[in-house]
Design a protein around this ligand. Structure first.
Ligand code: ADP
Length: 406
């Protein structure tokens, strides 16, 4: 029997998201998540695609090991157990691969050590990713485990884009540079956009706008990333659900000196209490649009948050247009990019001189398929391209183990 199944694991500090895919036809067999690991009210939600019926259990799940065991038990109930010979590999989303990991990588002790060495640049994410890997290894020590890095797609950025203009020795000593994140999504969406245009990725230049709760833009030249908006950490760049994005770094000194705030307080302020939620109290674009569209009492505040969000987005579209020189497509993706027509309309408005326009009717269509929203014959395509990070991780994982490199 050929093993064609891949389990994709995305381990956060208190959650594990997972999907089991069959790579013979890229179909999903099961999806689910465990939340609030380590609390009394942990919750496991599991959906086998054969029935589509979600099973939900609540109760204490002490740690990642217990979480993964609970997931394995749920999968076994559907005949999809992790002991199945049909399971080819486990693919792990790993947030930070630094400069080292430019490709998906089969995990061995040296790889684990390197992911660990990168913890200082990803203190929130890499430890959780490592826990997920070690737990999965304990469960199936014989199975190849592959790390797919959020940063890998961006490692092609030229030094001119990747370096900050600070003292080189200091930057190198502390590994300070722009790494970028959401790389799996930018890779998938830029390729899918080329496909939508009937071209190969090497034939097109694409600006990808990944607008979820976290948000980032990338400039992709002939299939290679040449710039992206997130930096050393995911804080830089666009206005996000709860992150400020770009800001004069001196704001931090000011908050320390004049505001008497601690490093941790400022970290929390900029990562968790800024962006849309800081500006108007909501980080969900649906709620912000509702307040604006219904003329709610506090609509002006929501409108200002929306305007700041769009202004930043537009600046990045312009910047990446200049970085690329010629642009074949601008692609919107992730929760906001795929669903919020007003955001797409406002971000592209006024850019006709750059060959960019959105057709109102096409933009209003709701669909889960990649589609064009620019008027027919437009010089630059504007597209909505749903992202699929799990499929991309499964694809990359399977490609690696199928070719016998594991
Ligand atoms: P992440 O993976 O970063 O958590 P997603 O890509 O799932 O985020 O996007 C989540 C965000 O998408 C929500 O916070 C919400 O703002 C936005 N969103 C989802 N559906 C809609 C919709 N129909 N209209 C506008 N925004 C939406």
């Amino acid at each position: 029997m050929t093993a064609t199944r891949v389990l994709v694991l995305n381990s956060g500090s208190s959650s594990v998201k997972y999907q089991l895919l069959d790579m013979s036809d890229s179909s999903r067999l099961a999806v689910g998540l465990v939340e609030r690991i380590g609390e009394e009210t942990s919750r496991l939600k599991h959906t086998p695609l054969s029935t589509g019926e979600t099973r939900e259990t609540t109760g204490p799940i002490a740690d990642h090991e217990a979480a993964l065991k609970a997931v394995a038990e749920e999968l076994a109930k559907d005949g999809l157990g992790l002991d199945s010979p049909e399971l080819a590999a486990i693919g792990h989303r790993v947030v930070h691969g630094g400069k080292t990991f430019t490709q998906p990588t089969v995990i061995d002790d040296a790889v684990l050590a390197e992911i660990e060495r990168l913890i200082p640049v990803a203190p929130l994410h890499n430890p959780a990713n490592l826990t997920g890997i070690r737990t999965a290894q304990a469960l199936r020590p014989d199975l190849p485990q592959v790390a797919v890095f959020d940063t890998a797609f961006h490692t092609t950025m030229p030094e001119a884009a990747a370096r900050y203009a600070i003292d080189v020795k200091t930057a190198d000593e502390y590994r300070i540079r722009r790494y970028g994140f959401h790389g799996t999504s930018h890779a998938y969406v830029s390729r899918a956009t080329a496909e939508l245009l009937g071209k190969s990725p090497e034939e097109v230049n694409v600006i990808v706008l990944h607008l979820g709760n976290g948000a980032s833009a990338s400039a992709v030249e002939k299939g290679r990333c040449v710039d992206t908006s997130m930096g050393l950490t995911p804080l830089e760049g666009l206005v996000m659900g709860t992150r400020s994005g770009d800001m004069d770094p001196a704001v931090i000194f000011h908050l320390m000196r004049v505001g008497g705030m601690s490093t941790d307080e400022i970290d929390t302020l900029l990562n968790k209490k800024s962006g849309l939620i800081g500006l108007c109290g909501d980080n969900d674009m649906r709620e912000i649009r509702r307040r604006i569209d219904e003329g709610a009492e506090d609509a002006a505040q929501a409108q200002l948050a929306f305007d700041i969000y769009i202004h930043r987005l537009k600046k990045y579209i312009g910047a990446y247009y200049a970085v690329l020189g010629t642009v074949d497509a601008v692609a919107f993706t992730a929760g906001v990019g795929e669903n919020a027509a007003p955001v797409r309309e406002a971000a592209i408005a006024g850019l006709e001189a750059l060959g960019l326009a959105v057709d109102g009717e096409l933009n209003a269509v709701r669909s889960g398929e990649p589609r064009l929203i620019s008027p027919e014959g437009a010089r630059v395509a504007v597209a909505v391209v749903p992202t699929d990070e799990e499929l991309e991780i499964a694809d990359q994982t399977y490609a690696l183990v199928r070719n016998g490199n594991a």
